[in-house]
Design a protein around this ligand. Sequence first.
Ligand SMILES: Cc1cc2nc3c(=O)[nH]c(=O)nc-3n(C[C@H](O)[C@H](O)[C@H](O)COP(=O)(O)OP(=O)(O)OC[C@H]3O[C@@H](n4cnc5c(N)ncnc54)[C@H](O)[C@@H]3O)c2cc1C
Length: 461
Amino acid sequence: MKQTRVNVVLDKGFIDQKKYVVYWMQQAQRIEYNHALSYAIEEANKYKLPLLVIFVINPSFPGANARHFTFMLEGIQELKNRFHLMGITFIIKVGPIVDSISPYLHDAISLIMDYGYLKIQKKWREDVLADVQENHHINAVIVETDLVVSFATTTNKLMYSARTIRPLLHKLYLDYCHDYQEIELEHKTLLPFTGDTDLVDISDFIQKNNIDRSVFPSAIYHGGYQEAVKTLNRFICTRLHYYHLSSDPSNSFTSTLSMYLHFGQISTIEIINTVTDSALVYGIPQSNIDQFIEQILVRRELAFNFVSYQPEYDSFEFCTDKWAYETMQVHLYDEREYIYTIKDYEEFKTHDKYFNAAMKEMVYTGFMHNYMRMYWAKKIVEWSHSYISAYETIKYLNDKYFIDGRDPNSYAGIAWIFGKHDRAWTERPIFGKLRYMNANGLKRKFDIDEYVKKCDKYLKK
Ligand SMILES: Cc1cc2nc3c(=O)[nH]c(=O)nc-3n(C[C@H](O)[C@H](O)[C@H](O)COP(=O)(O)OP(=O)(O)OC[C@H]3O[C@@H](n4cnc5c(N)ncnc54)[C@H](O)[C@@H]3O)c2cc1C
C-alpha cells in the first residue's frame, strides 16, 4: 500500500496483554478496496490478534433524515453478515462517537481509522485522538482510502480549476489504481461483543431513534455494495456506450454511482478498474472511457481538493474567487422578475416546468441529473433576493433531498454555480459574468419535454 495513504499518529509498537485490533469504520463503508480495513487486517496479522470493526450511528447527524439513514444502513446491514463470514467481529454502536468507541480501546493494541474530508469528520477524528491520548495506551493510524490519489500527494495547494489539477492526476492515477492488495485475516476469532443494535429492521430503527422522517426513503435507489456493483454493471453494459450523450437529462446514460461513493459503499478505484477492464469486452469507445474518467477522477478529486484546502468550503463568503464576488457586487441590486420561497420550490410551484421537473426528480427519487443540477441551482440564483440567500437555499435543498448530499461534490458543485472552477462569461443582468443558463438552451440541446414526462412518472409511483 502506498505510504502516502497512511498517517501513523501514535506509534507505540508492540504492547503486551492487548487482545485485539480496532478499526473504526466511518467514511469507507465497504470491504472491497478499503485500504483502512486492509491496514487493520495487516496490523492484526502482525500482532497475531483478532480484529474488531466498529461502526457508530449518530442519529443526530446534522441535517440527515430517513432517506440518508435508510440508504446508509442498507449498506451496513449487508456488511454485518459479510464480516461475520470473514471471521471479523463487527458491531454497530448508537450515540456520540467518542463515548461509543472509547470503551473498546482499553484492550486494543491499535486503532485504525479511515480518513474523512469534511469538517465534521475531521472533528470526530480529533476528538477520538484526544480521548486516545488522554485515556489509552494504543497505536493510532489514519488511512486515506476514498480518493484514487491521496489528496496531499496530488498537490498541497487549492487548485484553480480542472485544467490545473488534471495533469497532476493523470500522471499519478494509474499507479494508484494498481496499488491495492486484498489481505485475509489470520486470527478469525469472533469476540464476545454485541453492540447496540443488530439492525434487523431499518424503518423500526429510524422510528425508535427519533430520526427525522420528513423526507421518505427513495423507492428507486437502495444502498449497499451489492447494489453499487449492480449499478456499475448496468452502467457498463447499457450506458457507457452512450456516455458521450450523458449530458442530456432526457436519457439516463450516467452511472448514478454518486450516492454509493458518498457513503463509501464502493471505491472509485474499483469503478475505474472495472470500467477500463470491461471496455474491450464491450467495445466501448476510448473517448467515452476518457470522458467518464474526467468526471470520476478529475472533477471528483477537484471537489475534494476544494474542501481540503478551503476550510470554509460551505460558506458563501469563501466559496468562490475574487472576479466572481466583484461581478456579483455590481449586480446585487438588479431587479429580479420572480422571487420564490423554498415552499414554492418544494411544491413545484414555479412558472418553469423544467425546474419543477428537476425538483420532482430530487424530491421523489433523491437524485438529479448533473445538467439539471446546474440549471436548477442557476434558476434559484435568478429567483432569489440576494446571492447569499440563493446559496443557502441551494445548499439546504441539496442536502435535504439528495442521497449524495453533504458531499465534497455538493460544496464544489454549489460553488461552481457562483463561478468557482469556472470562468467569466459575457456580462448580463443578475448573473453579471457568472455563467447563465436558460430554458431555451435546454430546448435547443435536448428533448427536454421527455425529461419532464419522466419526472412526472415519479409522482405516480
Ligand atoms: C449545483 C450542484 C450540486 C451538486 N450536488 C452534488 C451532491 O450533492 N453530491 C454529489 O455527489 N454531486 C453533486 N454534484 C455533482 C454532480 O452533479 C453529481 O456528482 C453527478 O450528477 C452524479 O451523477 P452520476 O453518478 O450519474 O455521474 P456520472 O456522470 O456517472 O459520473 C461518475 C462520477 O463522477 C463524479 N462526478 C460527476 N460529475 C461531477 C461533477 N460535476 N463534479 C464532481 N464530481 C462529479 C461523481 O462522483 C459521479 O458519481 C452537484 C453539481 C451541481 C452543479
